[in-house]
Ligand binder design. Structure first.
Ligand SMILES: CC(C)(COP(=O)(O)OP(=O)(O)OC[C@H]1O[C@@H](n2cnc3c(N)ncnc32)[C@H](O)[C@@H]1OP(=O)(O)O)[C@@H](O)C(=O)NCCC(=O)NCCS
Length: 179
């Protein structure tokens, strides 16, 4: 278990799946996460189970807990590139009452430290869309820098939005947050 100031991060457990299933098929969570709604297909509980409990499927996924060890979100990484020691990060605080209270930033800091020191990554990337100012702000607090913009790459609620590409190097992270 990884411990931060407000959150802990641990592997996903079977008991987490019911709640993750609710978030995964929730309109507001999806809108902020990917801009996508309606989804092409809703995922079944079984599909969510495979996605979250089988680490080799399409990424490595972990659960985020609050101070009381209550499940509030998920975090993980995918697209590992071994020679360049890089990966793509993703994060969702699925429990909406925890948005904007520092939990996402705290979880990202402990998870980035884990990726840089345990997995020995050199760089991590992530992306969002330009209307997700809360996410961009949280990522900047962790140390991510905006590196690029894919013009009108996302379609959100009837209008095109730019995708924002962000990156963080190990050296920058350690200089900002220490080991
Ligand atoms: C994105 C997410 C992980 C961020 O975590 P969080 O706990 O909500 O964010 P934090 O509270 O740590 O930081 C958010 C910052 O943005 C600020 N913020 C919130 N809403 C904002 C807005 N509309 N405009 C500008 N800044 C905003 C907050 O004030 C805070 O900054 P501060 O600490 O300087 O006050 C979380 O909101 C989430 O999972 N949202 C839904 C799914 C999603 O968007 N996932 C990311 C997909 S790329």
């Amino acid at each position: 278990m990884l411990h931060g100031l407000k959150t802990s991060v641990r592997p996903v457990e079977e008991d987490d799946i019911d709640e993750i299933y609710q978030w995964y098929n929730d309109q507001e969570v999806n809108l902020w996460s990917t801009g996508a709604w309606p989804l092409n297909t809703l995922l079944s509980k079984e599909q969510i189970s495979i996605k979250f409990l089988d680490g080799s499927s399409d990424g490595y996924r972990y659960s985020i807990l609050d101070e009381n060890k209550y499940l509030i979100g998920t975090i993980g990484f995918k697209e590992l590139n071994i020679p360049s020691r890089s990966a793509t990060l993703f994060v969702v605080i699925g429990n909406k009452s925890f948005w904007g209270k520092g939990y996402g930033t705290d979880a990202l800091i402990i998870f980035a430290r884990y990726l840089f020191t345990q997995w020995n990554f050199h760089r991590i990337s992530l992306d969002t869309w330009d209307g997700n100012l809360r996410a961009i702000k949280a990522y900047e607090k962790v140390g991510f820098k905006i590196e690029g913009r894919l013009r009108e790459a996302r379609y959100v609620l009837g209008s095109y939005q730019d995708a924002i590409l962000m990156g963080l190097l190990k050296s920058e992270f350690l200089a900002m947050h220490g080991n």
